[in-house]
Design a protein around this ligand. Structure first.
Ligand SMILES: [Zn+2]
Length: 280
């Protein structure tokens, strides 16, 4: 766990996503909770060591790598209204599907037998500002990666937790994205003067880290656009997977996971192109 500024901690190496916490004189705010239950418990015990009271847990989006450890915290969960809707609609099969991701590691898969979803109880749409224990903390809608995606902005420290809007060294996930909005958002972030960005995945960074994400989204849009405009079907457009897969490195065992992520992105961007260029 790294203290990136006084009382602001980030754990960068759990499987799935970065998690953080902000300590105030009145209690602590936890930002995202790990995917794997053992990591979730570990995260809760680390937070307990630095603070005796967790006020809120905040989820940057509704994806499993940000929410599955919520149950290990005895505090209400805050999320964007759209994230709440997505989580509220998860079926019982959601945990089963999570288990399935780890079918090659039965000891990890088995941990999900005790997992229950702890849903957000407090939601917002634009910006929710918390003034507590000498800190000012803004929960702010970002969009782009998903319509729900939200960040945490600390105006005094000039630190922004971006959720999956910024990821470092891995394929951004476009499966539920609004890719044009995402590009515009990254352009706006580049104009901000920030001390740090805490990305959804990857090491601590700053606005320069938005560059490769923008390039990736632009490349994806242009490749899918040319498929669409040449009259190729969505399944034919899957040739783009091979054109994109080496854009960022991945662990050999993760190839099919990465391909799936790219395929979902192609499908999503293809649908966006339909809206822009029409059906024929
Ligand atoms: Zn996400």
């Amino acid at each position: 766990m790294q203290e990136i500024a006084p009382g602001i901690y980030v754990k960068f190496d759990y499987e799935g996503a970065n998690v953080g916490c902000i300590v105030t004189d009145g209690g602590t705010i936890v930002i995202d909770t790990p995917l794997i239950p053992a990591d979730g418990k570990n995260w809760a015990s680390r937070v307990a060591k630095i603070s005796d009271k967790v006020l809120y847990v905040f989820n940057t989006d509704h994806h499993r790598a940000h929410i599955l450890g919520n149950q290990f915290f005895n505090a209400p969960v805050i999320a964007h209204e759209v994230a709440w809707k997505e989580i509220a609609n998860y079926k019982d099969t959601f945990i089963e599907r999570t288990k399935n991701i780890f079918k090659k590691s039965p000891e990890v898969a088995a941990q999900f037998d005790q997992t229950r979803l702890k849903k957000p109880e407090i939601t917002f749409t634009g910006r929710l500002i918390l003034k507590k224990g000498g800190r000012e903390i803004h929960f702010v809608h970002l969009g782009g990666h998903t319509p729900a995606t939200s960040g945490v902005w600390l105006p005094n420290e000039r630190i922004l937790f971006t959720g999956d809007v910024v990821v470092v060294g891995e394929h951004p996930s476009l499966g539920q994205s609004q890719s044009k909005e995402w590009l515009d958002l990254l352009t706006r972030l580049r104009k901000m003067s920030l001390a740090h960005i805490v990305p959804g995945h990857g090491p601590l960074c700053n606005v320069e880290a938005t560059g490769p994400v923008s390039d990736y989204i632009r490349t994806m849009r242009s490749k899918v656009r040319s498929q669409y405009r040449s009259g190729r079907s969505k399944s034919e457009a899957a040739v783009v997977i091979n054109q994109m897969i080496d854009y960022f490195p991945y662990r050999p065992g993760d190839k099919s996971f990465v391909e799936k992520r790219i395929r979902a992105g192609i499908s999503r961007v293809y649908d966006e192109m339909k809206v822009i260029y029409g059906q024929d």
